[in-house]
Ligand binder design. Structure first.
Ligand code: GAR
Length: 201
């Protein structure tokens, strides 16, 4: 069983998918702490209603991002988490967090990285007119949406897709892929190799 800390900034649908996967025993993990970069998010409500401890931050906290990342790292260490899972967390993770959890911070992005990083991955891919996009799960580094890739799943953009229908397809894939990858991690099957690439065994 792995202990997870989850970082969010918004609605928390990926957090919910992880909560549900644990509940249905598809994922052998526990969520020890949810940290939100914003004081009021629906994701915080999702955590609170199932009794998960939360830490809510505000825009002011990020005026000093290093001090805030130190506080977050301290709280995650106090909660004894093994892995830190970014689920729509729209802030960078900086050295205090990366050093406290080396190769233990994971992010999900709604595009096939390294294409379309940033806060609008689905829209950027749709507007570009790609025929294939998808979802990437990767280890985080100090840059947005960078770091060794663990898993990707392709989503086809159909002729009749609108941005909204594509968003729905992508989110559906996220909600199954993320718990699946976390279960692989829980089983010790995700290995960071010496060359900086990830092997899934
Ligand atoms: C998700 O689609 C996630 O992939 C994306 O934010 C959304 C959060 O939704 N993350 C990024 O774009 C990271 N660059 P949620 O709060 O409902 O899980």
């Amino acid at each position: 069983m792995v202990k997870l800390g989850i970082l969010i900034s918004g609605g928390g649908s990926n957090l919910q998918a992880i909560i549900d996967a644990i509940e249905s025993k598809q994922l052998n993990a526990s969520i020890e702490l949810v940290v939100s970069s914003k004081a009021e998010t629906y994701g915080l409500e999702r955590a609170k209603r199932v009794g998960i401890p939360v830490m809510a931050l505000s825009r002011d906290d990020y005026m000093d991002p290093l001090a805030t990342d130190e506080r977050i790292a301290g709280a995650l260490q106090d909660a004894q988490v093994d892995y830190v899972v970014m689920a729509g967390y729209m802030r960078k993770v900086r050295n205090p967090l990366l050093a406290a959890f080396p190769n233990k911070i994971i992010n999900i992005h709604p595009a096939l990285l390294p294409s379309f990083p940033g806060a609008h991955g689905i829209k950027d891919a749709f507007d570009y007119g790609v025929k294939l996009t998808g979802v990437t799960v990767h280890f985080a580094n100090e840059e947005y949406d960078e770091g060794a890739i663990i898993a990707q799943e392709v989503v086809e953009v159909a002729e009749e897709d609108t941005l909204e229908s594509l968003e729905e397809k992508i989110h559906n894939v996220e909600h199954t892929l993320y718990p699946r990858v976390l279960e692989l991690i829980a089983q010790g099957r995700v290995i960071m190799k010496d060359n900086g690439r990830v092997a899934v065994i």
